[in-house]
Ligand binder design. Structure first.
Ligand code: DHB
Ligand code: FE
Length: 280
């Protein structure tokens, strides 16, 4: 059977993608940020997943004001990097896993999570930057990827509790797929940041550290945090953090922290990164 082997969270700032693509990762501004992923690249080379279930948010690249699903699942055989204004990033096309994605769609929808099934979609920095941070610059991505866009850019976003429960249902869905597959669930976006309005530039280190502590040890309590608290304490784009709860819901009750990293700032954002594994 398929099983969830680990959970990964990471921020997804577009400037990180540009720094990688333009060979600037060792410049003084960026070197401390990328240093936090050196362990992760070794770890994932030794713990290579067959499939990454990648929870991220689209930033008006595939969706937009005309149509924005709250939760969507990419069931296509492949997903091209999106053109976000400067041409598509020079990264490999993402190869999906249509059979597992269809199975998860059926299982989650029949468990009362109303997903939108997407059979054609380009993927933006929300998805490609986490892949670049974890895998570097390979010719091909070393595993299949199921994109799972969550709306956190158009009001109203889903609650943390909804995301947490969806993660739990996702764990069941993966465990009932009849093929031996190692599946990692990644929750991306965050941490605190605000790109707009009078509070643009907001960073909240205390909130971010507490969020990571709670996500690891008290996720059910963290899931109760109302969305206005995210916006007030972590900024308007800090609401991206609800996606980390999908990852955590897909793990067991007790987890081991394999890696934890926090760096401020990366562009306008507090960069946070976790690798978690189930404790037996
Ligand atoms: C930045 C962060 C984001 O999450 C995003 O989607 C766009 C920009 C930033 O920090 O610049
Ligand atoms: Fe974002």
């Amino acid at each position: 059977m398929a099983r969830v082997t680990a959970g990964v969270t990471t921020s997804h700032v577009p400037a990180i993608g540009a720094a990688i693509d333009l060979g600037k990762t060792q410049e003084p501004y960026w070197a401390p940020a990328f240093a936090g992923y050196e362990f992760s690249r070794r770890w994932i080379a030794a713990n290579r997943p067959d499939v990454v279930f990648l929870v991220y948010n689209d930033h008006m690249s595939a969706f937009g004001p005309d149509l924005t699903p709250t939760f969507a699942i990419g069931c296509a055989p492949e997903f091209a990097p999106a053109d976000e204004g400067w041409g598509p990033r020079p990264v490999p096309t993402v190869i999906g896993h249509p059979e597992l994605a269809a199975h998860i769609a059926q299982s989650l929808i029949q468990s009362d999570f109303d997903l939108t099934v997407v059979n054609k979609m380009d993927v933006d920095h929300g998805l490609t930057v986490p892949l670049s941070l974890m895998f570097g610059q390979p010719e091909r991505w070393p595993c299949r990827v199921i994109p799972f866009p969550v709306n956190v850019v158009l009001y109203p976003p889903p609650s943390g509790m909804r995301c947490w429960r969806l993660g739990q249902a996702l764990r069941q869905a993966i465990a009932s797929f009849d093929e031996d597959l190692k599946v990692q669930v990644w929750g991306t976006g965050g941490m605190s940041h605000q790109l707009q309005g009078t509070r643009a530039g907001l960073i909240n280190r205390d909130f971010d550290q507490r969020f990571m502590d709670e996500l690891i040890d008290h996720p059910e309590r963290l899931a109760q945090l109302p969305h206005l608290d995210y916006v007030r304490d972590a900024g308007s784009e800090g609401i991206e953090l609800v996606m980390w709860l999908i990852m955590r819901g897909a793990l067991g009750a007790r987890v081991r922290t394999v890696h934890r990293f926090y760096h401020v700032p990366a562009s306008n954002t507090a960069l946070g990164h976790l690798i978690l594994e189930d404790l037996p």
